[in-house]
Design a binder for this molecule. Sequence first.
Ligand code: AHM
Ligand code: MG
Length: 336
Amino acid sequence: MQIGTTVGEFIIRQQADFPHATGELSSLLSSIELAAKIVNREINRAGLSHHILGSMGQTNVQGEEQQKLDWYANEQFKLALAARGEVCGLASEEEEDFVAFDPLQGRHSKYVVLIDPLDGSSNIDVNVSVGTLFSIYRRLTPVNTPVQLDDFLQSGRAQVAAGYIIYGSSTMLVYSTGRGVNGFTLDPSLGSFCLSHPQMQIPTQGRIYSINEGNYLKFPAGVKQYLKYCQAIENDEGRPYTARYIGSLVADVHRNLLKGGIYLYPAGSNAPQGKLRLLYECNPLALLIEQAGGLATDGQTPILDLPPQALHQRTPFYAGSRDMVLRLQGLLAEHG
Ligand code: AHM
Ligand code: MG
């Protein structure tokens, strides 16, 4: 695959490897790409708005005040995915319940999408990178019947595809259909995502650890031990490691994916199950990290094997370079 390949071409070429593919997944990914460009355009203009905290401070064509960017992003992805026929329902971090696109008859479509439309949206106020996360599953119930909650409560292993968009110093789409991870950078002059990071691999060992250390007192003992290990001076092993925490999940994981490192969001007394959502945040990132050769776990079990019980379920999340995650898991097993 040549650098300069657009994501659209790439999807079609990959699809050609599946003789029985119907083109629905390609079309679905194109819808996500389109919505991402719309959201990207709006994010780039966010600094020009006076009221980005609560609302965009603008009115739309109906004269209504435009909502916060995370809600705006939610609407854009929902519209893009509902417009074509490949998706029968969507579950979003922004919505309490799942949305059935054709609630009475159902649709002749086999996919559901789970999405965090704009993760870390408070970072927009300070011009820091934010992201969109998405997961695609085959529905479990038959087509042409109303989509059900169980269609969304599938373990991450069942993901057909997953990815993220990072709205950073450049905008990138990174996704996997289970055959490696590929990254595409938006060329603003062309309006196209072009293949820039083919077959991404996370280094087996890194030197970056990413955690909100302000919560230190609430961390499990094993995590405290791991932080001690990261901060110890062992010149021959490259320690102390470097702490990097943006507080924007996609940006933190993207950096670690490229450079090697570990991201940690443990359970704490204020958040007994951690903060991050299994279905919208952890599962898509876990698929990408595993596909890139890394590991993602809740401390004991691979994230992708956790059985979801509820749409907005949270989980501790440790993900990144294989050797770093294994060491952490060892300390968690030893110290709790
Ligand atoms: P959000 O989904 O409400 O935006 O919260 C998720 C964000 C992640 O992007 C980030 O990694 C994490 O929350 C930061 O949390 P904290 O401020 O507790 O470190
Ligand atoms: Mg989020």
